[in-house]
Design a protein around this ligand. Structure first.
Ligand SMILES: [Fe+2]
Length: 205
């Protein structure tokens, strides 16, 4: 796979955090850790690659506070570095439904850029790694891993809902169920602190 080492990924994130500090960095690390933890029980996928893909999926945030164009910014940045496989995930992670209208926030790039993203997403065939990072993104808050339904509601409270919300939720639930089957147990069993992060209960506090 054309992806950086974990060490190089850490360097890229540290640089991006200097450019645009924010909760997206903690979210990204949890997404990497979720992907790694799930794949540690998967027969076909590689845990180390999964971490790097999850960790860098939002690297487009390095550009600043942006909306949907962060996927394209990350894609272009990583393609230029020759990390094609993580560039791909930067693009695909935002589209659990393979239709660019099914997103939470408005397009904030140019029409030409939107056309590029539309064509890319329409033509691509999602791999298990694409699906894994869509899922890992969906269960990772800046404070840790949580029930996917919890994150859906959090996003709905922040951005509101539309006619695309329910199909998007169904897609997330389907991906989660597919991974449950592939690892032979609930993904929540292999992720640390889901109960604390979802229900706000922490016995150590
Ligand atoms: Fe993300």
């Amino acid at each position: 796979m054309k992806i950086p080492s974990r060490q190089e990924a850490e360097r890229l994130i540290a640089e991006a955090e200097r450019l645009n500090p924010g909760p997206w960095v903690a979210h990204s690390r949890y997404a990497g850790e979720a992907a790694q933890a799930i794949v540690s029980h998967h027969p076909d996928l590689d845990p180390e690659s999964a971490f790097v893909l999850g960790f860098l999926h939002d690297i487009g945030r390095r550009v600043g506070v942006t909306g949907m164009r962060h996927s394209l910014d990350g894609y272009l940045f990583l393609m230029e570095k020759g990390f094609d496989d993580v560039a791909r995930v930067s693009m695909t992670h935002s589209y659990p439904v393979q239709d660019i209208r099914h997103v939470n926030s408005k397009w904030d790039g140019t029409e030409e850029e939107l056309e590029f993203v539309r064509e890319y997403i329409t033509k691509i065939k999602f791999t298990k790694y694409d699906r894994l990072i869509q899922l890992s993104d969906g269960i990772s808050q800046p404070t840790g891993h949580c029930l996917i339904e919890k994150r859906m509601v959090d996003v709905a409270l922040r951005y509101g809902t539309s006619k695309y919300s329910v199909p998007r939720w169904k897609a997330f639930i389907k991906i989660k169920e597919d991974f449950d089957k592939e690892i032979g147990q609930s993904i929540y069993v292999v992720l640390p602190n889901v109960v604390e992060n979802t229900f706000g209960f922490n016995p150590k506090k």
